[in-house]
Design a protein around this ligand. Structure first.
Ligand code: GDP
Length: 357
């Protein structure tokens, strides 16, 4: 449990994007990043290891009339780069899902496909709130693209024929969601997002509907997750390994999403390993170097500490046996053995789940 007695701050909600292959996960993330950057302000996004942080100001710039930033006090959204589909199911955090909220991308022409069903099962099992991005609306025959516009405005610019073809596809998806046990509707018709799944028609190619997606994600987080986002920013860091990677000059490193507290260079950490928890000391905390400085050839820059929510590469001895999906815990004010036991218990839980599938 987070200790709410000191240094509470609201952290950024962690967003995962999932869906069937080729339905547009990568394109959607690229478009969100790209249109955030073209908002033009310094600090429009922060590139993390394995994630992108989009601050509220940038989201509000992108969403225009859809958002009033004074309605929000969460700092923005942290999108995790879409990991391999299988790894998503093991991306846990203290028994829950690592992602606080998810976007299920569905190709509006293809509808539900096997990996869509799998993704829905995972979302159901982990109790992760989600919205559906009904992607590729621009492929509707006769579509008149409205780049970057809110989707309802874009729909007003379509012919009756294009509109009704899109509607048909959208209701197909809403029906498939209902077959999967989720009552759903177009997001602007949803009154209670705790009971109904919002469907956001959009195009990762033209950006129409993307403002709506960001607005819905921000609204859901603010309304239903604010309490969970209150963390002690000075507490011992907790995170989940996205990937284990060899890096020249550093050896085995773990790309980690930090979801609570702070991780500092030199901290002793416990990391879930293939045989047993690994206890080691951090040699370097690495972030992507800002693009402007990329000519230095060094891909990463070292930072002294990193607070939740963030993606960071941890370099430390003995990480070869670390596992994707495994917990990372800073040992700070507690006995090391206690933290080792905690990590063991969490790993056991992950194994039981994987065996169940
Ligand atoms: P992923 O496998 O889910 O990451 O899918 P990708 O993002 O790689 O997209 C698969 C293909 O669909 C690529 O050729 C994309 O260019 C294309 N694509 C993705 N989103 C859209 C869209 O909104 N409209 C159109 N026309 N094509 C799209």
């Amino acid at each position: 449990m987070t200790d709410h007695t000191h240094a509470d701050t609201l952290r950024t909600p962690i967003v995962a994007v999932l869906g069937h292959v080729d339905h547009g996960k990568t394109s959607l993330l690229d478009t969100i990043r790209g249109s955030a950057v073209s908002e033009g302000e310094a600090g429009a996004i922060t590139q993390h290891i394995g994630a992108t942080d989009i601050p509220l100001d940038t989201i509000s710039g992108m969403a225009g009339e859809l958002i009033d930033p004074s309605d929000f006090d969460l700092p923005g959204l942290l999108f995790i780069d879409t990991p391999g589909h299988h790894s998503f199911s093991t991306l846990r955090a203290r028994g829950g899902a690592l992602a606080d909220i998810a976007v299920l991308v569905v190709d509006v022409n293809d509808g539900f496909q096997p990996q869509t069903e799998e993704a829905i099962d995972i979302l159901r099992r982990t109790g992760t709130p989600f919205v559906v991005a009904a992607n590729k609306v621009d492929t509707t025959p006769g579509w008149n693209p409205q780049d970057g516009e809110p989707i309802q405005r874009s729909m007003e610019a379509q012919s009756e024929r294009a509109k009704s073809m899109l509607d048909e596809n959208l209701y197909e998806i809403i029906g498939q969601l209902s077959d999967a046990g989720f009552s759903a509707d177009l997001y602007w018709r949803v009154q209670d997002f705790q009971k109904n799944i919002g469907v956001v028609p959009l195009s990762a190619l033209t950006g129409e509907g993307v403002p709506d997606l960001l607005t819905v994600l921000m609204g859901l987080s603010q309304r239903f997750m604010k309490e969970e986002m209150a963390i002690d920013v000075t507490g011992p860091g907790e995170g989940t390994v996205l990937e284990v990677k060899d890096e020249r000059g550093f050896g085995a490193t773990v790309d980690t999403v930090v979801y609570d507290g702070v991780i500092r260079n030199g901290d002793t950490i416990v990391v879930g390993g293939q045989n047993e928890p690994i206890v080691t000391e951090i040699r370097a905390l690495l972030r992507p170097r800002p693009l402007a400085e990329i000519r230095t050839e060094k891909q990463f820059e070292k930072v002294g500490e990193i607070g939740a929510a963030a993606g960071v590469k941890i370099a430390a001895p003995d990480l070869d046996q670390a596992m994707a999906g495994a917990p990372v815990r800073v040992v700070r004010d507690r006995p090391e053995a206690e933290v080792v036991e905690e990590v063991k218990a969490e790993l056991a839980e992950i194994e039981v789940e994987t065996a169940d599938n």
